[in-house]
Write a protein that binds this ligand. Structure first.
Ligand code: AHM
Ligand code: MG
Length: 397
């Protein structure tokens, strides 16, 4: 019996075996896509190891045909000798949850779902939005039901959640996410996003997950990504072999490969920072921002980190969230905001550091909801910022 029959009925009108596993099908529109998937199975079986950029034939032939997220993930799994299918399952779970969240985000203005939820503040003391709660529930539901991970941590929950052993099948992975980043923008139709990070557990397989499974440096991420619910919805992820983006085609309900082997421009002309806090930034940051302005760089700040980082990934630039008086350690969360986006940007050729000039991915986390400062983006711009901090910082580094 297919192990993934837990999914909502609407997502499982039929299933078909592919390479000893199963492809999920959303509806009758998928018949054509499914045929394409099945046809490619023979090619998959003999495919060689993926090249450095993680895009194996036939996926590296521009304009060949539609590649769905599911097909891409399954193909990528075959490039890892030790793959058990768990990671593949997790990525697909997140893809399903993203489609459900997308559906709700898109119709948010039509139903009574906008605004602040009754549940009050979240673990970080921020107001919880109704859609935050919804997105959190859907991600947890999808991940728990499939049992591909042993524990889950979310921005919206104070503690991490164990996935019950009965369904966890001794999974070796934990998942962390910010279900709806930038949620203060929801009420005004500005883009929001989901950010996720997947780690291999360090505690004994089979026993309960522990906090140490989550408190790992970002270098230990086995996969990371985000979903941006924008003018179109795009899912971007990496498993450490390059970055690929999949745009949701609403007519067929599938994420389709649209951005192959994404590379961030070496340099950029835009900086992204909440300049309203300028007077609260340290001197070296103010000097750097002055320099950006002197050089006629454009300021672009959406207030939704996923959107800002996605723009920078595509067009180049730098995103900054330094310490302020209100957030002396920075505002953004290390484990489920800074780390996954840093892995994506580094995999695309960019850099990500905190304002103490430490590589974000090498920071040893001490707590689940730890905050961090961040400077992330085109490598030349991050290096330039670094030079400003080294030159003007009065504090020992
Ligand atoms: P959130 O997780 O509560 O939505 O907060 C994170 C968001 C980021 O997406 C965004 O870059 C930042 O907070 C904006 O903060 P500010 O309004 O202080 O500039
Ligand atoms: Mg957030």
């Amino acid at each position: 019996m297919n192990r993934r029959l837990w999914a909502p009925k609407v997502f499982l009108n039929f299933v078909t075996p592919v390479s000893g596993k199963y492809i999920q099908c959303l509806n009758q529109h998928n018949v054509a896509l499914l045929a394409a998937t099945s046809n490619s199975t023979a090619r998959m079986a003999t495919a060689k190891k993926a090249p450095e950029n993680g895009v194996s034939p036939p996926f590296n032939r521009p304009g060949s045909r539609i590649i769905t997220l599911d097909e891409f993930i399954i193909r990528a799994e075959k490039d890892f000798d030790y793959a058990t299918g768990e990671l593949t399952g997790l990525l697909r779970d997140i893809g399903v949850a993203a489609k459900i969240i997308n559906r709700e985000v898109n119709k948010a203005g039509l139903v009574n779902i906008l605004g602040v939820a009754d549940s009050g503040d979240n673990a970080s003391g921020d107001k919880q939005q109704k859609l935050d709660v919804y997105a959190n529930e859907k991600l947890i539901e999808c991940l728990q039901n499939s049992g591909e991970c042993c524990a889950i941590a979310s921005e919206e929950n104070e503690d991490f959640l164990q996935v019950p052993a009965a369904s966890s099948k001794k999974s070796n992975y934990v998942v962390m996410f910010d279900p709806l980043d930038g949620s203060s923008n929801i009420d005004v139709n500005v883009s929001v996003g989901t950010i996720f990070a997947i780690y291999r557990r360090v505690s004994d397989s089979g026993g309960p997950a522990t906090i140490d499974d989550f408190l790992q440096p970002g270098t230990k991420q086995v996969a990371a990504g985000y979903v941006l619910y924008g003018t179109s919805t795009i899912l971007v992820y990496t498993t450490g072999r390059g970055v690929n983006g999949f745009t949701l085609d609403p007519s067929i309900g599938e994420f389709c490969l649209s951005h192959r082997n994404m590379r961030i421009p070496e340099n950029g002309q835009t900086y992204s920072v909440n300049q309203g806090y300028y007077s609260k930034f340290d001197l070296e940051l103010r000097r750097y921002i002055d320099n950006c302005s002197d050089q006629n760089y454009s300021l672009r700040y959406i207030g939704s980190m996923v959107s800002d980082v996605h723009r920078i990934l595509n067009q180049g630039g730098i995103f900054l969230y330094p310490s302020t008086r209100k957030y002396p350690k920075g505002k953004l969360r290390l484990l489920y905001e800074c780390n996954p986006l840093s892995m994506i940007i580094e995999q695309a050729g960019g850099k990500s550091i905190n304002t103490h000039l430490k590589r974000i991915l090498e920071v040893d986390p001490k707590e689940l909801h730890q905050r961090s400062t961040i400077a992330i983006g085109s490598p030349a711009m991050v290096d330039e910022l670094k030079a400003f901090i080294e030159r003007y910082s009065a504090l020992p580094l």
